[in-house]
Design a protein around this ligand. Structure first.
Ligand SMILES: Cc1cc2nc3c(=O)[nH]c(=O)nc-3n(C[C@H](O)[C@H](O)[C@H](O)COP(=O)(O)O)c2cc1C
Length: 378
């Protein structure tokens, strides 16, 4: 079946990927209420249908942090993408480049900054604060030397949220039982096994390979995060990062208007209103519900982006209407990558673009730069 939507790519990824990986992508924390709210709150927003407004020419281009984007969409940092498809980060970055949108590389991606930069383009680099500051400084220098245009500093993961699906699938345990379970799961998905396990090595966390062990077992991944992520980070550490990063710094994971004001005081260039795709504190507001207060507080001074639950071009326009300058998408590209590699991500982005075109045409919005709250029904 040819995929017609992001939802179709989700189903295709479910079929192709081992259950432990599909659930890792698909799942959220605890009862997954915030994950569901991210999607439901976007769906509940109603666009105003407007007619007879000459929509023969539409402009979707925008500029974010000096970078031209063909539409206001950025691929969010997603860890372990090189386990969903062979050298997955490279494949997704190539698709993003061809589509004229930005790709973000996770600290815990499989491919290195250099591998992605060489094969596609320098990615936005996503930083998790790791205890070893000497290593952090080296990582920032590596990203700067590779000409990464933006630093996404993720601030909503001082410790990982409990994800029940991962626990049940044995993802968190480096035991023999978990290892056997994952091996059987892999054997039941031969196309993935051949593509990723046979031809996709090395399976290290490329950017932190100097500090992390090989991913023989997914339990090792979580063990490493638990030991190395630094929960003592405060606003003061932004200064530390600033001293080592000359380009734009964007705080990812701000949900509260007061925090947004503190971010402005720290002198960062932007924020991503995000709850980490409902993977951290369950019960917090959806990205789209948190967005208006943040935009009202700092939208005049900072570039405000949002993510969480964006599954279509219609959702992109809704987020712009509420005040985001662009959306980040996480699961949408991870599913497409897991289902069909670079071609899947390219096709998924083409679907988003077509859906955005449709939404603009029927709301009478001819330029994404003009999208505002008047596009929404009261
Ligand atoms: C499988 C997966 C892995 C993720 N890994 C990271 C990561 O390494 N760093 C990060 O800042 N955010 C990470 N996120 C969060 C995404 O960047 C993004 O905030 C979230 O997925 C947006 O919600 P959506 O999936 O509904 O689009 C991850 C999300 C998923 C689904």
């Amino acid at each position: 079946m040819r995929a017609a939507s992001v939802a179709d790519y989700r189903e295709a990824a479910r079929r192709r990927l081992p259950k432990v990986l599909f659930d890792y992508i698909d799942g959220g924390s605890y009862g997954e209420a915030t994950l569901a709210a991210n999607v439901a709150d976007l769906a509940a927003l109603k666009l105003r249908q407007r007619v007879l407004r000459d929509v023969s020419k539409l402009s979707m281009s925008t500029e974010i942090f000096g970078q031209s984007l063909s539409m206001p969409v950025v691929l969010s940092p997603v860890g372990l993408a090189g386990m969903y498809a062979r050298r997955g980060e490279v494949q997704a970055a190539r698709a993003a480049k061809a589509a004229g949108v930005a790709f973000s590389l996770s600290t815990v991606g499989v491919c290195t900054i250099a591998e992605v930069a060489k094969a596609a383009a320098p990615p936005w680099f996503q930083l998790y604060m790791i205890r070893d500051r000497g290593f952090m400084a080296e990582l920032l220098a590596t990203a700067a030397a590779a000409a990464c245009p933006v630093l996404l500093f993720t601030v909503d993961l001082p410790i990982p949220g409990a994800r029940y699906r991962d626990t049940r699938n044995g993802m968190l345990a480096a035991t023999a039982e978990a290892r056997i379970g994952q091996a059987l799961d892999g054997l039941a998905h031969p196309a993935w096994l051949w593509d990723v396990q046979q031809r996709g090595r090395p399976h290290t966390l490329g950017n932190v390979a100097g500090a992390a062990a090989e991913l023989n077992n997914l339990g090792q991944f979580w063990g490493w995060i638990g030991r190395n992520f630094d929960p003592s980070v405060t606003w003061k550490d932004i200064d530390w990062v600033r001293e080592r990063w000359a380009g734009p710094i964007v705080l990812k994971g701000v949900l509260d208007a007061q925090d947004a004001c503190d971010a402005r005081r720290c002198g960062v260039e932007g924020i991503v209103v995000s709850n980490h795709g409902g993977r951290q504190l369950d019960g917090v507001a959806s990205g789209i519900a948190a967005l208006p207060a943040v935009v009202d507080a700092v939208g005049g001074d900072l570039t405000v982006l949002m993510d969480g639950g964006v599954r279509s071009g219609l959702d992109v326009l809704k987020a712009l209407a509420v005040g985001a300058k662009a959306c980040l998408i996480g699961r949408a590209w991870a599913w497409a990558l897991g289902a069909r590699g670079e071609a899947g991500v390219a096709h998924m982005l083409a679907i988003l673009r077509q859906e955005l075109r449709m939404a603009m045409s029927l709301t009478g919005c001819t330029d994404v730069l003009d999208a505002g709250r008047d596009l929404l029904a009261p």
